[in-house]
Design a binder for this molecule. Structure first.
Ligand code: ZN
Length: 458
C-alpha cells in the first residue's frame, strides 16, 4: 500500500508498505515514517493519505483513509501549506482563513447534504531542522465526495447545454441560500468547486475563502483578496465588501464558462467593460436575462439573493427585470401573477351553454333573415356568430347569468321591432327558438357521450 508524505516539498513523498495491504496490519500497525524525510505518515494515528488530489493556493489536498472506521472510510485531508514567502502578517491571515474553513464546515457541513462534513481539525507539531522554530502542520479532514467536478466534466464531455445549466442552478442556488442565510459568503465559486458525486448529486466545495459576514459592522464582509481571476466581481477584486450577490456573479461566470467552453477572461470585453457571451451561444431569453442581471457590475443592481434568482428562473410568467443603470432603486420583483387556470366545465354548464347557443343562434338567424332576405348569407353569418358565442363561452367571457340576460334582451328587441321577426308570430318564434335550443342540447349530449366513449376506449 502506498502512503503519501504530507511534508511540503518532500523529495519522494510516495512510500510503499507491503505489510499494510493486509487489513489487520493496517488497523493495528504502529506509526510509519517517510523513508525520504522522516515525516510521520499516519496522521493522528488514524488518517493515511494515499494520493495527492490537488495543490495550490494555501494548501494541498490528499485522499486518505480513516483506519478507525469499520469500512476504512475515504476522506479528504487538507493541509495548510502557504506558498511562497509570505510576511508573518499574511501568514497569520491565511492561517485564520484555514481555521475559518474548518469552523464553517463544522457549522454547515453536517446541516446541509450538499456541503461536505467536517470530520477532524488538528495541528501536528514536529521538531524542525532549526530547533528554535518547531514545524507546525495544520490539517483539516472532511468528507470525500467521489465524483467529478464541473471543470473535469467540461473537459471530458464538452460544453454544457441549457438544460444541464438549469439543473445546476436548481441544485446549487438553494445551497447558496442556505449559506447566505447563515451570513457566509463562499467567495470562490468556480467550476472546479462544484462537484458531482457518482449518484448525480451536486456539492459545493472549498470553503477555504469564506468569511463570516456576521462580525463585520455593516453586515457585509471586507474582501481578503482570495478569489479566482475572471470569476470575481469588481467589489471583490478591489478588496471591498462582499455580498451574497458576489457569489451570484461568480456563479453566473461559472455557468457561462460551462456553456461556452471558454475561459472567463475570454468572455469579458475589458474595452467596453461588458460580458460578451450572447454571440457565442443561444439560450432562452429568460435565462439570458437572468445571467446578465447576475453579472451586472454594481452589486446593488444584481439579484440580491439566490432565492430571487430561483424565483425569476422557475416562477411561472414572471419576466426577469434587468434594471437600468443608475439611479439605483431597491430591487423589487414584480408581483407574481397567478397562472390563469380555467376550471373544467360542469355538465350543467355545458348543457345550459348549448341551450343558450341554440336559442340565441335561432333568434339571430330570424333577425338576420328579416334584414337580408337571403338564406345563404343568413346561414353563413349566423354560423359565424354562433361560433363566436360558443368560443366566448369556452373563454368564460359569457357565463352564468349572461346565458339568461343575453337571450332575454335579444327576445325583447325582436318583440319591440316587428320588422326583425321575418313575418313570424311571436309564438312561432318561441317554438322555433326553443326547438333549436333542444336540438343543440341533444347534439351536445350526443357529442359528450361520443367523447366519453372514445376517451374510455383510447
Ligand atoms: Zn517525506
Amino acid at each position: 500500500m502506498e502512503v503519501y508524505c504530507t511534508r511540503p516539498h518532500c523529495s519522494r513523498p510516495k512510500n510503499h508498505f507491503a505489510d499494510l495491504d493486509d487489513i489487520t496490519n493496517l488497523k493495528t500497525t504502529q506509526q510509519k515514517y517517510c523513508t525520504s524525510c522522516g515525516m510521520p505518515l499516519i496522521l493522528r494515528d488514524r488518517y493515511l493519505p494515499i494520493k495527492l488530489l490537488g495543490q495550490g493556493g494555501f494548501g494541498a489536498a490528499f485522499l486518505a483513509i480513516d483506519r478507525d472506521t469499520p469500512k476504512m472510510r475515504q476522506c479528504v485531508v487538507k493541509q495548510f501549506q502557504p506558498s511562497g514567502n509570505l510576511t508573518e502578517e499574511a501568514l497569520e491571515k491565511a492561517r485564520t482563513l484555514f481555521t475559518q474553513e474548518a469552523e464553517t464546515l463544522e457549522e454547515i457541513g453536517n446541516e446541509h447534504k450538499q456541503i461536505p462534513n467536517l470530520f477532524a481539525f488538528f495541528t501536528i507539531t514536529l521538531p524542525s531542522l532549526q530547533p528554535s522554530q518547531p514545524n507546525q502542520f495544520f490539517y483539516l479532514v472532511q468528507e470525500y465526495i467521489d465524483g467529478q467536478n464541473l471543470e473535469e466534466e467540461l473537459i471530458q464531455n464538452g460544453n454544457f447545454s441549457e438544460v444541464q445549466v438549469l439543473e445546476i442552478l436548481r441544485e446549487i442556488l438553494p445551497v447558496l441560500t442556505f449559506i447566505h442565510d447563515r451570513g457566509i459568503i463562499h467567495r470562490d465559486i468556480k467550476p472546479s468547486n462544484i462537484m458531482r458525486r457518482r449518484d448525480g448529486k451536486l456539492f459545493l466545495l472549498d470553503f477555504g475563502a469564506v468569511k463570516q459576514i456576521a462580525n463585520s459592522p455593516s453586515g457585509s464582509a471586507a474582501s481578503t483578496g482570495i478569489y479566482s481571476m475572471g470569476f470575481a466581481p469588481p467589489e471583490q477584486m478591489s478588496g471591498s465588501q462582499v455580498f451574497p450577490s458576489t457569489d451570484l456573479y461568480a456563479f453566473a461566470v461559472t455557468l457561462l464558462t460551462l456553456m461556452t467552453g471558454q475561459e472567463a477572461n475570454q468572455l469579458f470585453d475589458a474595452y467596453t467593460n461588458q460580458w460578451k457571451w450572447r454571440s457565442q451561444i443561444t439560450v432562452s431569453p429568460r435565462l439570458a436575462d437572468i445571467l446578465d442581471k447576475m453579472l451586472l457590475a454594481a452589486a446593488s443592481q444584481r439579484f440580491q439573493s439566490a432565492q430571487e434568482v430561483l424565483e425569476a428562473l422557475f416562477a411561472p410568467s414572471v419576466p426577469p427585470t434587468v434594471l437600468p443603470q443608475p439611479p439605483l432603486p431597491p430591487i423589487q420583483q414584480p408581483p407574481q401573477r397567478p397562472i390563469p387556470v380555467q376550471p373544467a366545465f360542469a355538465t350543467w354548464e355545458l348543457l345550459a351553454g348549448a341551450a343558450f347557443s341554440g336559442f340565441e343562434g335561432a333568434l339571430i338567424a330570424i333577425a338576420l333573415f328579416s334584414l337580408v332576405k337571403n338564406p345563404i348569407i343568413t346561414l353563413a353569418i349566423a354560423f359565424v356568430i354562433l361560433g363566436s358565442l360558443i368560443f366566448s363561452q369556452t373563454q368564460r367571457w359569457i357565463e352564468k347569468f349572461d346565458l339568461l340576460i343575453i337571450p332575454t334582451i335579444s327576445l325583447a328587441i325582436i318583440f319591440f321591432i316587428p320588422y326583425l321577426r321575418g313575418g313570424l308570430a311571436i309564438q312561432q318564434i318561441l317554438i322555433f327558438t326553443v326547438a333549436a335550443a333542444l336540438i343543440t342540447i341533444a347534439i351536445t349530449t350526443l357529442f359528450k357521450l361520443i367523447y366519453k366513449l372514445l376517451s374510455s376506449i383510447l
